[in-house]
Design a protein around this ligand. Structure first.
Ligand code: C2O
Length: 574
């Protein structure tokens, strides 16, 4: 057992077997101040029979787990000792009135340049559960990510019996090339990025890949005990199914909000989402695989069809008996949308969470999906998308382009003109049969940096409508600075006159990332009580890169308690 150097005055992590982290609950009271140092650096890592140099935080992959309590304050000094511009996003943390700490490059800050540093300072306000942090620059989050765990205030109870042992389970995608080179390639060719060569659990592909057996993550359990798994989908582009052989799981939370207990054999988890599950070691002592593989909804698209595993291992193990090969769980077929939908729609929030029940002040209807830009010369090396095109993606036909000379937030705060406009249409500029056979003339979006302005305190209903342009697909839609209630979902086109009557306003789950059913819609509600500029995008990074994004500009309300705080002096400049 060794303490790792990331540890600070108040946080302690233990690395057991060097493979997975057992996390002891924090001993500190809430209100504690945590300070951490994150050094972004290039680190050689051996995976799949090869040593690759990847970007890490403090040489760790996955990066350090941050553990805090509700009410704590945090300062994380990020130093960029790597070769790329980078910034870190604290995914799901609300950052009330403090967009400066949110982190997406060119949205709330300029990236930290090589050699530079920036200290993210923020307070945890009324959030509990599992979140995570990741790089928010290009495809760098492929290797730069870690868990962010928020415990309740000391003495404040969990709505379930909290196990003594818990493990983060970070699902990832492994690429055999520098992810930034893959990104550049797609930007050059207009084609889809090359797919991953492995999935990983806590950075390890597991037994089913070449040269990986030694590193396979093992989670020890004693017969009869219950453990908490904090499952995070940190994959760059892929929704995943997750299951544990012979064991049921009980979902108790998603995206840092508690849920009603839901017993299940299968999780479907989209990039950006987190799911907390209880697992009881109630089977014959032995070794059982936990496994994840793709849930793939885009049609005719290449994807990584491999399976990552870790081992749930009953201890003590009989040392005289050779360990048997663990049993593999049965995972759904890659295109099993009914199973994915049954799982997602089965999640219910705690009814004490309050969603507004009257009609919203603002009704937004966003079409989300892919598009194609057809080239004049279809044989151009820059047009290697379908039929001599370049891939694009959009919200209400606007394909989002990030600024390059400053961030949106800096431009807004300093009144720099010409960086963005606030004319994103709140409804599609043209109505069409979104999930039908869409005429080719509607396949090409317009590029722009269009934001949507919201008045402070307005109640917002937002329907994300997937389109069948290029392909229908599950788009995990994420909003920074907010969590929201998922009040409804369905297949086909949203019907504003019949569907709202069936909304769940009693116990909707609270999320920060929710997928559109492929060829369907999902409706969310939230109150715009966080002033600032907040990125809203598909958490599949290839889609984000193609423009499936916008940002919400929430205006200041009345007085300082409803206004954005001033930027810190060390905020990076472009
Ligand atoms: Cu987890 Cu904008 O991202």
């Amino acid at each position: 057992m060794k303490t790792i150097h990331f540890s600070t005055k108040t946080c302690y992590l233990w690395l057991l077997l060097g493979l997975h982290t057992i996390i002891a609950s924090l001993a500190s009271p809430s209100g504690t101040h945590h300070s951490h140092e994150f050094v972004i650096q290039t680190t050689p890592v051996k995976r799949l029979c090869r040593t690759q140099r990847i970007l890490t935080v403090n040489g760790q992959f996955p990066g350090p787990t941050v553990q805090v309590r509700n009410g704590d304050s945090v300062a994380i000094k990020v130093t960029n000792a790597g070769p790329y511009n980078i910034s870190i996003h604290w995914h799901g943390l609300r950052m009330l009135r403090n967009p400066w700490a949110d982190g997406p490059s060119y949205v709330t800050q300029c990236p930290i340049q090589p050699g530079g540093s920036y200290t993210y300072r923020f307070t945890i306000q009324n959030q509990e559960g599992t979140l995570w942090w990741h790089a928010h620059t290009g495809f760098l989050r492929a290797t730069v990510y870690g868990a962010f765990i928020i415990y309740p205030r000391l003495g404040s109870p969990y709505p379930f019996s909290m196990p003594r042992k818990e493990y983060p389970i970070l699902l990832g995608e492994w690429f055999n090339r520098d992810p930034m080179i893959i990104l550049r390639q797609t930007q050059l060719t207009g084609a889809a990025p090359s797919v991953s060569v492995a999935y990983t659990i806590n950075g390890q592909p597991g037994d089913l890949y070449r040269c990986s057996r030694q590193g396979t993550v093992r989670i020890p359990v004693q017969t009869g005990e219950t453990i908490l798994l904090r499952v995070v989908n940190s994959a760059l582009h892929q929704e995943l199914f997750f299951s544990i052989a012979n064991h049921r799981m009980t979902v108790v939370g998603t995206d840092a909000a508690y849920t009603k207990p839901l017993s299940t054999r299968i999780l479907m988890i989209g990039p950006g989402q987190t799911i907390n599950v209880l697992v009881t070691a109630d089977q014959t002592p032995g070794r059982y695989y936990m496994a994840a593989r793709a849930y793939q909804t885009a049609m005719n698209a290449a994807f990584d069809n491999t399976t990552t595993t870790a081992i749930l291992e009953y201890i003590p193990r009989n040392r005289n008996v050779q360990p048997s090969t663990p049993i593999l769980p049965l995972l759904p077929a890659f295109n099993d949308t009914p199973t994915a939908t049954a799982f997602t729609s089965g999640i219910r929030g705690l009814s004490q969470n309050v969603v507004f029940k009257n009609s919203a002040d603002v009704n937004l209807f966003f079409t989300v999906g892919l598009g194609l830009i057809f080239c004049r010369n279809p044989n151009s090396p820059n047009c290697q998308g379908p039929n001599g095109s370049r891939f694009a993606a959009s919200i209400n036909n606007n394909s989002f382009v990030l600024p390059r000379t400053t961030s949106l937030m800096q431009a807004y705060y300093q009144g720099i003109p010409g960086i963005f406009t606030t004319d994103l249409p709140p409804v599609p500029p043209l109505q069409f049969n979104y999930t039908g056979n869409v005429p080719r003339s509607l396949w090409t979006p317009i590029k722009g940096t269009k934001l949507l302005k919201l008045k402070y305190g307005s109640s917002v209903q937002l329907v994300f409508q997937d389109t069948s342009i290029v392909t229908t697909e599950d788009h995990p839609m994420h909003i920074h600075g907010f969590h929201f209630f998922v009040v409804g979902a369905g297949f086909g086109n949203f019907n504003p006159s019949t569907d709202p009557a069936r909304f769940n306003l009693v116990d909707p789950p609270v999320k920060n990332t929710i997928g559109t059913p492929p060829g369907g819609w999902v409706a969310i509600r939230f109150v715009a009580d966080n002033p600032g500029i907040w990125f809203l995008h598909c958490h599949i990074d290839s889609h984000l890169n193609w423009g499936l994004a916008t940002a919400l500009l929430v205006e200041n309300g009345v007085g300082p308690s409803q206004s954005v705080i001033p930027p810190p002096p060390d905020l990076p400049q472009c």
